[in-house]
Design a protein around this ligand. Structure first.
Ligand code: SAM
Ligand code: SF4
Length: 460
């Protein structure tokens, strides 16, 4: 079999491993008090990352897998900003500046969504002020915003710069008219070009372009033409996400006609063509879906072994805890994960009447979880993991690891990965589309292939 056929023969539904265990495993028996106790037990001087979820967009993209509400009105956004401010102050009172003996410091802030660019410059500034009042923020902190280029304007760019935003991720997806019209997102090149100019004019020069392969009507020709346009913008990074088509979970995806979607062989060709084009333009592959310039922090982090994966994808900041604010936001502590409610009324009621986080579900690490997570994280970030070392350092039995290693045999025999005598597993860069599948060998909770309803999208 050639490489492509071999890779396609292993394609299956698998988590994206932005967490391990993956979110469908989270359980409802969680209280905000327990989660705050996790926060209270962080060692003094811990590094924090903060995530703010802004679940609003003016128009629905049919491919969208994010948690968002579509609204043409600003009133619900404004109300939400007030609740978010309260949530930030409440958690800040326990873990932030008001507890100077804790001395925690924020190294990374991320505004995601939905569309954070729905926030007016005034409300964005209000939220940044609330964060600075509640937490000690490192002067060199990375402050990142997911930007919908269609919303960018000079006043917004100016307010981002004034608030210290220093990294932007722009949702591009594709530049092809037919592709973009079919997913209800008309966004010509000029719109993205202008957004980049406005940000650059205000000194925000570190930016990433999000692309998606596997969208309806995409062909290798249309995709590479779009990437050629994108290169003209000279971003530091590209994210090249595979379209995660999960119409059983996301109703909007049912608006995409099945016969317009590339099949998995075509998806493979799209990824390979786009990856080759980016590599020939001196972007280095990082993890499963990023391509970065050597001057970019993410390249340095990968080379130095400090690249990490979290709910937003890859990050070069490895915090001791990630605190999520807003509807559906997920926090991560050394003890486990906790996800805020996704129900508007519950969120509002909780924030107005209680002083702990509005947690709906979560997960407490137990058993072999942390060793398996360390292996999966290393494979997802570096395509290599020192299995023996990780397993022993977590104090687990060698026999259990041997059983897991035996699951790797097909990949080793097909030359997709190598396992050294000392127990270091290395995935071949040619097998990048299968990293999630190979990593899933270490996932104790992976649903069986024959389960009636897949929980995850396909790997390739
Ligand atoms: C929250 S959006 C970015 C900000 C803004 N809402 C926008 O769309 O421009 C985050 C990114 O997730 C990616 N995304 C959304 N739905 C996806 C899906 N079903 N499969 C793969 N990537 C997806 C897109 O690349 C999108 O830019
Ligand atoms: S892709 Fe972005 S703009 Fe489109 S619906 Fe999803 S979150 Fe909103």
């Amino acid at each position: 079999m050639d490489l492509k056929s071999t890779i396609l023969s292993y394609d299956r539904p698998v988590p994206r491993y932005t967490s391990y265990p993956a979110a469908p495993i989270f359980q409802p028996q969680f209280s905000g008090d327990e989660v705050m106790a996790w926060g209270e037990s962080l060692a003094p001087g811990s590094n924090l990352s903060l995530y703010l979820h802004i679940p609003f967009c003016p128009k629905l993209c049919h491919y969208c897998g994010c948690f968002t509400h579509i609204t043409g009105r600003y009133a619900p956004v404004e109300d939400y900003v007030h609740l978010l401010k309260r949530e930030i102050a409440q958690t800040g009172a326990r873990l932030g500046k008001k507890r100077p003996e804790k001395n925690h410091i924020v190294r990374h802030i991320h505004f995601g969504g939905g569309s954070p660019t729905m926030l007016t410059p005034q409300d964005f500034t209000l939220l940044m002020t609330a964060l600075r009042e509640a937490f000690a923020i490192d002067e060199a902190a990375e402050i990142a915003v997911e930007v919908d280029p269609r919303h960018m304007n000079p006043v917004l760019a100016q307010s981002y710069a004034a608030c210290g935003v220093n990294r932007i991720s722009l949702g591009v997806q594709d530049f092809d008219d037919r592709v973009m019209e079919s997913v209800n997102r008309v966004q010509p090149f000029e719109v993205v070009y202008k957004a980049v100019e406005q940000l650059r004019d205000h000194g925000i020069t570190d930016f990433n372009l999000d692309f998606i392969y596997g969208l309806p009507y995409q062909t290798v020709r249309s995709m590479t033409r779009s990437m050629d346009y994108a290169l003209l913008l000279k971003p530091n990074r590209f994210a090249l996400y595979g379209y995660a088509h999960v119409p059983w979970k996301k109703k909007n995806m049912r608006l995409i006609p099945d016969d317009a979607l590339p099949n998995n062989a075509q998806r493979y060709d799209l990824f390979v063509a786009a990856a080759e084009l980016l590599e020939s333009a001196s972007y280095h592959p990082v993890g499963i879906d990023h391509f970065v310039k050597t001057a970019d922090d993410m390249f340095t982090a990968q080379q130095g072994g400090t690249l990490r994966r979290n709910f937003q994808g890859y990050t070069n900041v490895a915090p001791d805890a990630l605190i999520g604010f807003g509807l559906s936001a997920i926090s991560q502590y050394p003890q486990g994960y906790a996800q805020n409610t996704t129900a508007d009324h519950e969120y509002q009621d909780h924030i107005l009447n209680r002083s702990n986080p509005p947690i709906a579900k979560g997960y407490r690490f137990n058993g072999q979880d942390q060793a398996r997570k360390a292996i999966i994280d290393d494979l997802m970030c570096n395509l290599t993991a020192d299995l023996d070392h990780i397993w022993q350092s977590h104090g687990h039995e060698a026999a259990d690891l041997n059983a897991l290693k035996s699951l790797l045999t097909p990949y080793l025999e097909d030359g997709l990965a190598n396992l050294s005598e000392s127990g270091v597993l290395t995935i071949s860069p040619r097998a990048r589309p299968l990293v999630r599948v190979i990593a899933s060998s270490f996932d104790q909770y992976l649903p069986p292939l024959d389960s009636a309803q897949p929980k995850h999208s396909m790997a390739v």
